[in-house]
Ligand binder design. Structure first.
Ligand code: AMP
Length: 174
């Protein structure tokens, strides 16, 4: 079976959410049954051999891909959320976005010491979000066994922010 060209399901939206940002809109990919399934299958092919105990994904698109990936692998899913959203005691890490700054929190008991964690997102841009998620895993004593993305904007050099981490993306825009 030939692989689908997943890039044909990603829409470029210029100047969103602010001028100068070329936003990679994955909604057409999510809405297409074959493209969504193949995306998850290809993410799972990389993640599976790394034997994660949990996938860590941030809102909102990280929940969609992360939940489906965790189901496909038979592992758990942990949510990283913006401050004030999680009901239990949290730990926090702040980060810079391509367009702004923010912080992410996870529950203190969400990741067990020594747990194998893959951090996942739709897009690796500057790497700030991924850096924050890795910091959260480290704060809780987990072990990051991979950083996985649907899309990498490699011209932004996000990998430099998470040097030392095993990184993979299905699609690269260089
Ligand atoms: P960063 O922290 O800079 O690596 O940004 C990654 C996060 O911001 C991801 O959660 C993406 O969903 C979002 N993001 C940043 N830049 C873009 C972009 N050009 N297109 C779509 N999403 C983006």
């Amino acid at each position: 079976m030939t692989e689908l060209d997943l890039t044909t399901f990603i829409r470029d939206v210029p100047d969103f959410p602010s001028k100068g940002i070329l936003f990679k809109d994955v909604m057409p990919l999510l809405a297409d049954p074959a493209a969504f399934r193949e995306s998850i299958d290809r993410l799972a092919a990389w993640a599976g051999p790394r034997a994660p105990d949990v996938i860590l994904g941030a809102e909102a698109r990280g929940f969609i891909f992360g939940g489906a990936l965790a189901y496909a692998l038979g592992c758990g899913f942990v949510t990283a959320r913006k401050p004030g959203k999680l009901p239990w005691t949290t730990v926090e890490a702040s980060y810079d976005l391509e367009y702004g700054t923010d912080a992410l929190q996870v529950h203190v008991d969400a990741i067990e010491k020594g747990a194998r964690v893959i951090v996942l997102d739709d897009v690796l841009a500057t790497g700030g979000t991924a850096r924050a998620k890795i910091d959260l895993v480290n704060q809780l004593g987990g072990q990051v066994v991979g950083a996985l993305f649907l899309i990498e904007l490699s011209f932004l050099h996000g990998r430099d922010r998470i040097a030392g981490t095993d990184v993979h993306a299905l699609i690269d825009y260089s």
